[in-house]
Design a protein around this ligand. Sequence first.
Ligand code: ATP
Ligand code: MG
Length: 319
Amino acid sequence: TTRRLTGFKPTGHLHLGNLLGALRPLIAAQDSTDSIALIADLHALTIEHDPDRVRALTLEQATVMLAAGVDPERTPIVVQSQVPEHTELHYLLECATGFGEAARMIQFKEKSAGGGHVRLSLLTYPVLMAADILLHDIRQVPVGEDQNQHLELARTIATRFNGRYGETFTVPEGVRPEAAARVMDLAEPTAKMGKSSGNGQIGLLDPPDVVRRIIARAVTDELAVVRRDREAQPGVTNLIDILAECAGREPSDPHRYGVLKREVTDAVEALLAPIRVRHAELAADPAHVRKVLAEGAAKVRARAQATVRRTRAAIGLLD
Ligand code: ATP
Ligand code: MG
């Protein structure tokens, strides 16, 4: 089976985009792949953060993953910082990465452009991401467009290291999620729904009345026709896609946005209601969730240690 890694940053509450674009595909592939769900808490430290919030979100995301159907027996849920080999490999890979290569990353340029205090870890973040992937011998990484360049860098680093110091890493490949799985912000449908952006995001733990309100306020247009057209009708197209993803069906009325919104509301609610219930049960027992995380880390640790041992030997460190 193919080893696959899906990462989540504890920078905010998980939303419908995370569920449809990442969590559901991960859950659907639990039998056919050897997947790891990584909660990348170290990545959450690359920008201004609140310590208590990162800690709380790390536990919350793990709880939501379990509630949504991630089976930790088949898919270890790993908190990045709880497997310290991530950081050890990060340093070793920094020694095989050019400063210019990191500085060229579009995301770094965008996020650092505003000036102000830019953390050094924001620059080296793609190298840590490479370490996340190479550490676990990952063959497939589902990546959205925004992570393409980072995955390319991981491939470059792996290939260069192998060439210079001998076969050490599996060179990973990106797998592209379905186009429809890209959920857009409901208030600003030309931007993707994100944890930290926009106010048209549907949180997986949002109560029903909040979900209903966000969908009722979703931006549409004046064209009064329900049709997929990303350019001319981004809002309506997003609602059609969400309905298709959640309920597997087409809108029933080709002209009334009110009917479309009601159908989307029902479909999203049907998807979120059981997650909410299961989350409430799991959240009542945080010790259990922490145990799941400890077991997840323990499961992947031996392979991580083997990778680091191999890398240390190859690059010239005494064993
Ligand atoms: P941030 O704004 O902090 O980057 P995010 O919402 O993009 O947060 P990530 O933690 O970066 O969330 O991504 C977690 C997973 O969810 C990734 O696999 C990512 O590709 C996927 N994902 C994020 N947003 C969407 C979206 N709007 N539609 C589909 N998939 C998404
Ligand atoms: Mg993101």
